[in-house]
Unconditional design. Structure first.
Length: 96
């Protein structure tokens, strides 16, 4: 069961068949992400084939991991399957 953890807190957890792995990143459906740990960020980046990514800061026990989660809310057609899914980096551990 893929699990995203930071500071010993489970940020996301889903069954293997519910996540999407793309370019080495595990994308979790939003319903499997504990939203209490996410805070919207003003950060955005653009991928030529996926589109515009929107970022979240992860907040655990008043510690902030800035821009450590991202999502493509309206991806380009080639990445449509990850629309709304959330992926992690910057020290967030993904355990299978």
């Amino acid at each position: 069961m893929p699990t995203a953890m930071w500071k010993n807190k489970i940020i996301a957890e889903a069954a293997e068949n519910d996540v999407i792995t793309l370019e080495g990143n595990v994308y979790f459906p939003p319903q499997y992400v504990d939203q209490q740990y996410l805070a919207h960020s003003d950060k955005h980046t653009i991928c030529p084939w996926k589109g515009t990514a929107s970022y979240y800061d992860i907040v655990v026990d008043n510690q902030i991991n800035a821009g450590a989660a991202w999502t493509y809310l309206e991806p380009k057609e080639a990445a449509k399957k990850i629309a709304g899914y959330i992926a992690f980096w910057r020290g967030v551990t993904i355990v299978a």
